[in-house]
Write a protein that binds this ligand. Structure first.
Ligand code: NAD
Ligand code: TDX
Length: 336
């Protein structure tokens, strides 16, 4: 097994990256983390506040900055790459930052990994595979062909292909993981679950796109973290692993559960304009990760995970209210 001591986590001030940093600090006391984050609208130092200073360093910078990478990468034994522009609706309104960060940013990191010869783990998404029909018995596997639908998912797919080509051509020591939809604390209020919870807490009616029958395969972000750690330390080099927790649910059912858990009538929401090109269904078959590396999700009770997430947003109003008004303004301008 690979036993890293000094890792760089890009995007460690965002939702999933910061949950991973918390996970490493709590579970792997021998590991030091350097967070590299540009603090875009989606990143906040509050997300890693209070972590021990001798365990976590913060570097404010952009993954596209090759000179900065030359300075900070030496002395580390791995990069775990979470940084991205991550929101589909934003990518439809303005794709350019997605090309820069997701494609060029990954290219810069790969060049740095090539120069300094360190281990690289690439965080990606199930959206690279496109979507499945609602009644298709199939789920995505590592051999499903790439078929991304949105500017966001096409840039993530591009970044995965760069990793594969750099690995084959230059012999880099890499792994890739493609995970399904995450939920949990520190998720930006632009995303589905936090948007609806914070709408209710703000006296705004939740907003459902289209008929709400689109299916997402939900996983708690702590299970994503344990899977990434498992792949980083035990994964076979050059391989891709799909991460999922058998959590398929349609948006309407998730919304009704949120309304119920927050004491609202089940029809207290608005139908709004559908997302252009809206993927119908994602579903992950994570057999390879489970059988080859022995990983299992721990937080598989969605109702209780959702309840804790509602509690977190209820108790952390000061965390989300800073970005709430601007986010809703953007949605309103799009008719959503
Ligand atoms: P997020 O938008 O919450 O956070 C992204 C972080 O990256 C922010 O802290 C931001 O400041 C930082 N960042 C953005 N551009 C940067 C740049 N050019 N240089 C340095 N830092 C930059 O995203 P998230 O939802 O936590 O997603 C993290 C990763 O996980 C992404 O790669 C995403 O594609 C992938 N992923 C997300 C999900 C999901 O459900 N959210 C599922 C599967 C995979
Ligand atoms: O207000 C809303 N109403 C609504 O019905 C919002 C914000 C979303 N939706 C729908 C669209 C999707 O079907 O809910 C579903 C989930 O939407 P998002 O939270 O935007 O997530 P999604 O587009 O599925 O992508 C997420 O999972 C895969 C992450 O944002 C990506 O970064 C990740 O790659």
């Amino acid at each position: 097994a690979f036993t890293p001591k000094n890792i760089i986590v890009t995007g460690g001030c965002g939702f999933i990256g910061s949950n991973f940093v918390h996970y490493v600090v709590e579970n792997h006391p021998e590991v030091h983390v350097t967070v590299l984050d540009a603090l875009t609208y989606a990143g906040s130092l509050d997300n890693i506040k209070g972590l021990p200073e001798d365990r976590v360093d913060f570097v404010h910078g952009n993954i596209c900055d090759a000179e900065l990478l030359d300075k900070i990468v030496p002395g580390h034994d791995a990069i775990v790459h979470y940084a991205a522009e991550s929101h589909n609706d934003n990518s439809i309104a303005d794709p350019e930052p997605f090309l820069k960060t997701n494609v060029e940013g990954t290219f810069r990191l790969l060049e740095s990994v090539r120069k300094f010869g360190i281990r690289y783990h690439h965080i990606s998404t199930d959206e690279v595979y496109g979507d499945l029909a609602l009644d298709d018995p199939a789920r995505f596997t590592e051999s499903t062909p790439y078929h991304p639908s949105s500017p966001y998912s096409s840039t993530k797919a591009s970044s995965d292909l760069l990793v594969r080509a750099w690995t084959r051509t230059y012999g880099l020591h890499t792994t890739i993981s493609n995970c399904s939809n995450n939920y949990g604390p520190f998720q930006h209020v632009e995303k589905f679950i936090p948007r609806q919870i914070t709408n209710i807490l703000s006296g705004i009616r939740p907003k459902l796109y289209g008929n709400g029958l689109n299916v997402r395969d939900w996983i708690h972000t702590d299970d994503h973290s344990s899977a990434v750690w498992t792949i980083l330390t035990q994964g076979r080099l050059g391989e891709t692993y799909l991460i999922g927790a058998d959590g398929e649910k349609n948006n309407l059912d998730v919304l009704k559960l949120i309304l119920k858990q927050m004491g609202q009538p089940e029809d207290a929401f608005d139908h709004v304009k559908d997302r252009p090109g809206h993927d119908r269904r994602y579903a992950i078959d994570s057999t390879k990760l489970r059988t080859e590396l022995g990983w299992k999700p721990q937080h598989t009770n969605f109702e209780s995970g959702l309840d804790k997430t509602i509690e977190w947003y209820t108790n952390h109003q000061e965390w989300w209210e800073k970005t709430k008004a601007a986010t809703e303004k953007r949605y309103k301008a799009q008719g959503q």
